[in-house]
Design a protein around this ligand. Sequence first.
Ligand code: PMP
Length: 306
Amino acid sequence: MTFGQGKIWYDGKFVDWKDANVHILAHVIHYGSSVFESLRCYKGDKRSAIFRLDAHIDRLYDSAKIYRMDMPFTKEEFTRAVIDTVKINKLQECYIRPFAFRGYGHMGVNPLKNPVNCAIAAWKWGAYLGEEALEKGVSVCVTSWRRPAPNTFPALAKAGGNYLNSQLIAMDAIEAGYEEGIALDYFGHVSEGSGENIFIVRNGVIYTPPTSASILAGITRHSVFVIARELGMRIEQHDIPREALYISDEVFFSGTAAEITPITMIDHIKVGDGAPGEITKKVRDAFYDIVRQKTEDKHGWLAYID
Ligand code: PMP
């Protein structure tokens, strides 16, 4: 199924894509009150499998907890519903969007009187930053928009409202001719892209900003830690000053949508020699070997679609 077709799981039942609607006075539309996840399902030689389903479900429920949303389904029910959504739509490779939102009932900022509705959609979605990006890398800028200061918007929650900040970052970069933007945090350290975590490589060591740098704790980011260590690489969380981006040997993004995307140019300055670096390529290849079932799933990261 492509975007716009098939069935959507909505509050426990499958409905046709065109019937998965909300009232225009639903709380979420006015106040950004939703929490969501992004997952990918990949096809191996024989079967398809969703990458890190359990970790995504855990993060969805963590995001809901931060915003005091009582989820009307158990994690087990939600997990099953994600798999069923892929199955019912006969998708072998897809992007999956489970979410929960404050629905219709009461107007006003206080969300607590509104129902919590849940839905899951899935569709085919290719490379997020373009097919060429994964091979050749992308050109990005450091945007003048900052990520939210601590104690403002909780960055660890993957909440709809946070993505107004991401939209400003992305629009600023794209309008200026770049493929993506990198934002600094409140203190001026490197934070992340509009929808990706960032890693730099210098003298053979991989560094990435800590969770205190107003980042989303990416599940691909965590996978990069595990993969890099298994490949015998050194990887650390560290505050990263902006100028470290310019003098890095390699820089790359990680994310469910962007997967592992090399960054080859930042603010018109070449990263290394301007081509995807060796460490980036090794991590990327090891990542694809896992998701496409070419190597053993040592960590139980794949949820097979039976
Ligand atoms: N940061 C932001 C702001 C994101 O939206 C995403 C995508 N979910 C990420 C980082 C990467 O997270 P993950 O690897 O879990 O997709």
